[in-house]
Design a protein around this ligand. Structure first.
Ligand code: MG
Ligand code: NI
Length: 555
């Protein structure tokens, strides 16, 4: 058995370390995934005014700012029993859903694509042939002229001639696991550059209702403050315009590119590379009218799609036997006495990420979990999106439960959201038209209970986010967060059960142990956000206690 350590894993948010043990055939037999940076934002929240929870919790992460902002305010609203007005819910959903789209596109192109596309190979591409490939995967391929491809190729050549690859430096270029032709590489890389503009545009869309991004600031307990923006038709139009352009890019570049990847990496799918333990969690949400919501709620165990269980928050526990927490204090224990870094072993603690479990099981959350649960709970909205993709690629449902499949699920979800986003805008406009312009539910802080307890369970781009707040003497007492990456990047628990990243790594085969590209593929496909994942646990209890489930996204 040989051990490979990747530290840090780049093109993710935060500090992640991965250790894999490979056998003589270079097959991964054991994996240890570790969050390397202690955070402790919960401590900062203590003794603060509950109404400020959102602005403070938003700082948990520089990427998922809005997700934490919203979840924190929602948890406080739940504690006080404050019902959010309809318009404010829609505005919050519009901000969240735009963030899904931005995160997913940025993830695919800027964080993950270079695990599949070789920049150096694109230099050999024929721009005319590239244009032909564009037509193979889309009826109306995005920016598909050969002049465009020629200019992208020239840009890449300039990088190389100058002796630097710039933002493309340090890849495993030339690795045998890269499967694309020069033209396919050029096609995808041209979209990589287009997507840089895309992420700026979506930031502008989010800022219309969020005030700014990252760290939007327009959500308050009981409602939102971007009243003038909501009531200004020009602002609404600006939002719609940006999102329509985004939809065009998703339908004509992102989704076709995903089909291309499936085509070229089909062998990876057939081998089941990246398959985990088959446990999936979704809390659902994003309702745009009485009958329709984007995501369903449910729990899948062991890939059993026919018997989806209802989600029950009381079944969540947190385990820290293999995480760097002990007794009453937090102790950093990853250094040897001589100051060198310990590598993870059989029994040792090895991560700042705790191990949440549902009914004792490690669970995967995120786009794939949402897709499987939503589809198999009979949601008619998502069905054509999934069916169409499977039909176009010749994949089966179980093929999605792989590394490539996780990416496919994310792409399908993006196209699905970009389609239905406009229904949320319609509902908003309908409300305003019928003179419901309320954006905030008034309350008197002093009249609210001095002590209360609340929570929020929210689907966000990377999966299930939950915030738990306990208010004592009108101040925040205890605060606790379980982020999507806490579930997915969790370490082993006391019984030795691996976390989802680890389970997905076990079984893959590396072509070259010196260049563990395949490990990066598995990890990146989950879209790790490690700043989000690391959270202090209440040292007294591993059980989260009993919480009423609050569907923060329903109208
Ligand atoms: Mg596996
Ligand atoms: Ni994050």
């Amino acid at each position: 058995m040989k051990k490979i350590v990747i530290d840090p894993v780049t093109r993710i948010e935060g500090h992640l370390r991965a250790e894999v043990e490979i056998d003589e055939n270079h097959v991964v037999r054991e994996a240890y995934v570790s969050g390397q940076l202690f955070r402790g934002i919960e401590t900062i929240l203590q003794n603060r005014d509950p109404r400020d929870s959102g602005l403070l919790a938003g700082r948990i992460c520089g990427v998922c700012t809005n997700s934490h902002f919203r979840a924190a305010i929602t948890a406080v609203e739940d504690a006080y029993g404050i019902d959010v007005v309809k318009n404010a819910r829609i505005i919050r959903d519009l901000i969240s859903l735009s963030l899904f789209i931005q995160d997913h596109v940025v993830h695919f192109y800027h964080l993950h694509l270079l695990d599949y596309a070789d920049v150096t190979k694109a230099l050999e591409a024929d721009p005319k042939q590239t244009s032909k490939i564009g037509h193979k995967y889309s009826h109306r391929p995005y920016a598909n002229s050969h002049e465009h491809y020629a200019s992208v190729k020239e840009k890449l050549q300039k990088f190389v001639k100058a002796g630097r690859l710039g933002l493309f430096a340090n890849g495993y270029w030339g690795h045998r696991a890269y499967r694309l032709s020069p033209e396919e590489n050029l096609l995808l890389l041209s979209h990589y550059l287009e997507a840089l503009k895309f992420q700026t545009n979506i930031s502008q869309a989010i800022a219309i209702f969020g005030g700014k991004t990252p760290h939007p600031q327009t959500i308050v307990v009981g409602g939102i403050t971007s009243v003038r923006d909501m009531l200004n038709p020009q602002r609404l139009n600006d939002y719609i315009f940006i999102m329509k352009e985004a939809k065009a890019f998703i339908d004509r570049a992102y989704l076709p590119d995903m089909r291309l990847l499936v085509d070229k990496y089909r062998e990876e799918i057939e081998k089941g590379a990246g398959r985990g333990n088959g446990n999936f969690l979704s809390v659902g949400g994003y309702r745009f009218d009485k009958a329709h919501r984007l995501f369903e709620e449910g729990v899948i165990f062991g890939e059993d799609l026919d018997h989806i269980q209802p989600f029950d928050a009381r079944k969540i526990t947190e385990n820290v036997e293999r995480a760097w927490y002990e007794g009453e204090e937090i102790r950093y224990t990853d250094l040897n006495p001589d100051g060198t870094l310990k590598t993870a072993g059989d029994k040792e603690k090895y991560s700042w990420i705790k191990a949440p479990r549902y009914d004792g099981k490690a669970m995967e959350c995120g786009p794939l979990a949402r897709l499987l649960v939503t589809y198999h709970q009979g949601n008619g909205l998502i069905k054509p999106f999934v069916d169409e993709f499977l039909q176009a690629t010749g994949l089966k449902m179980e093929d999605l439960h792989t590394t490539i499949g996780r990416n496919a699920a994310r792409a399908i979800e993006t196209a699905y959201i970009a389609e239905y986003l406009f229904r949320f805008v319609n509902t908003l406009v309908e409300n305003i038209k019928y003179y419901d312009t309320t954006t905030w539910r008034p309350y008197t802080f002093e009249a609210l209970p001095a002590a209360a307890k609340g929570n929020a369970f929210l689907e966000v781009p990377r999966g299930v986010l939950s915030h738990f707040v306990q208010i004592e003497e009108r101040k925040i007492g205890k605060y606790q967060v379980i982020a999507p990456t806490t579930w997915n990047a969790s370490p082993k628990d006391g019984s030795g059960q691996r976390g989802p990243y680890e389970e997905a790594l076990v079984g893959i085969r590396l072509q070259d142990p010196q260049k563990p590209l395949e490990v990066l593929r598995v990890l990146h496909a989950f879209d790790p956000c490690i700043a989000c994942a690391v959270h202090v646990i209440d040292p007294k209890g591993k059980e989260l206690g009993r919480f009423k489930i609050h569907q923060c996204c329903s109208l």
